[in-house]
Design a protein. Structure first.
Length: 135
């Protein structure tokens, strides 16, 4: 198990005043056995927006990597973020197969969405990859 924690302080000056707050990510990686690895990340951030306001973002990410065999891996992850009045979410599932020492094939599916007062949107994507790394 590994942990990562970073803490910062942000001060954002804007026309209506000043916003102060703590920022930073907290991450945990935990390997339950030689085949399973879990990841959790939480973060908070303040930043100045282009309109003179303060942008406030909270993010949550959870992932799982599972080794099926020496050649095959399976991944699953989800992420939820909230920025100002808008919520974002995504879900991803993928697999990777190490065909030879130099060649790997992978396939991933990702669904993403945005929820905002009256302006919702979503997308789906499928990605197939072939990687070659000569030794």
């Amino acid at each position: 198990t590994s942990y990562y924690f970073s803490l910062g302080y942000t001060k954002v000056d804007e026309p209506e005043g000043t916003t102060n707050g703590g920022t930073g990510p907290f991450a945990v990686n935990h390997q339950t056995d030689e085949r399973n690895n879990f990841r959790l990340t939480l973060s908070k951030e303040y930043a100045a927006s282009g309109g003179g306001d303060v942008s406030d973002e909270d993010r949550f990410n959870l992932g799982w990597n599972h080794t099926l065999s020496e050649q095959a891996q399976f991944t699953l992850s989800t992420e939820v973020a909230s920025r100002d009045e808008t919520d974002y979410y995504s879900f991803e599932v993928g697999s990777r197969y190490q065909y030879t020492r130099e060649t790997a094939l992978s396939a991933n599916y990702r669904y993403r969405g945005r929820e905002e007062d009256s302006d919702d949107a979503n997308s789906s994507s499928i990605l197939f990859s072939l990687s070659y790394s000569p030794i």
